[in-house]
Write a protein that binds this ligand. Structure first.
Ligand code: ITT
Length: 199
């Protein structure tokens, strides 16, 4: 059976693939990157839920008979009034790279607050069952922002995020750690429980 995720982010796809292989191996994960004709909708919502729903609906329009989902995620930094939040992917500009976003984050934190480096990742997944029922699940991971980027794994802000109780960044800890503890792992566990209740 197939489950389709509406995302153009390769890092998300590889994490979801790992999670589904572990939690629900009979579901083969496909993404909009397997659909050359797909064009992503504008993410103009005011919240993670709004944006995840926009992306999930557009995925459902392409695959109406199938289980589909999309996620919206981001990094919320306490001393920055929870920014970048829903703006995480484009924090340093519309075409910003991961390293440009990370550099801006470290700079803003240096300007606003040297002391409070508390942060959390949030993921909201909106899914539609094969019959069109909407399911919403959420995952979080608490931690802090490192003084400098470190590590080679992952994507986005992984090189500057140190999970609570750890001394290394997510980019140093690697995919095995994220598959067990990340915001995306928590949300995917919740989604798979919801799926198991329905099929
Ligand atoms: P799609 O909308 O196509 O799924 P996107 O990257 O634009 O891809 P979002 O709008 O949800 O996705 O933005 C999420 C951003 O938050 C992402 O680009 C990263 O900068 C950051 N982010 C989310 N989860 C992360 C993680 O696990 N590790 C590091 N950064 C993450």
């Amino acid at each position: 059976m197939e489950i389709w995720v509406g995302t153009g982010n390769k890092g998300k796809v590889s994490e979801f693939k790992l999670l589904f292989e572990k939690l629900k191996p009979e579901f083969v994960l496909k993404s909009t990157m397997d659909l050359p004709t797909y064009s992503a909708p504008p993410e103009n919502g005011q919240s993670f839920v709004d944006n995840a729903r926009i992306k999930a609906k557009s995925m459902k329009a392409m695959k109406p008979q199938t289980w589909v989902f999309a996620e919206d995620s981001g990094l919320e930094v306490e001393a920055l009034g929870n920014l970048p939040g829903i703006h995480s992917a484009r924090y340093a500009g519309p075409k910003a790279s991961d390293s440009e976003n990370t550099a801006k984050l470290l700079k803003m934190l240096q300007i606003r607050s040297a002391g409070n480096r508390k942060a959390q990742f949030t993921t909201v997944i909106v899914a539609y069952s094969s019959t069109g029922e909407e399911i919403i699940v959420k995952g979080e991971m608490k931690g802090s922002i490192a003084p400098l980027p470190k590590g080679q794994h992952g994507f986005g802000y992984d090189p500057v995020f140190i999970p609570e109780g750890q001394t290394q960044t997510l980019a140093e800890l690697g995919p095995g750690f994220k598959a067990q503890h990340s915001h995306r792992a928590m949300a995917t566990h919740a989604l798979v429980s919801e799926i198991k209740e329905r099929i």
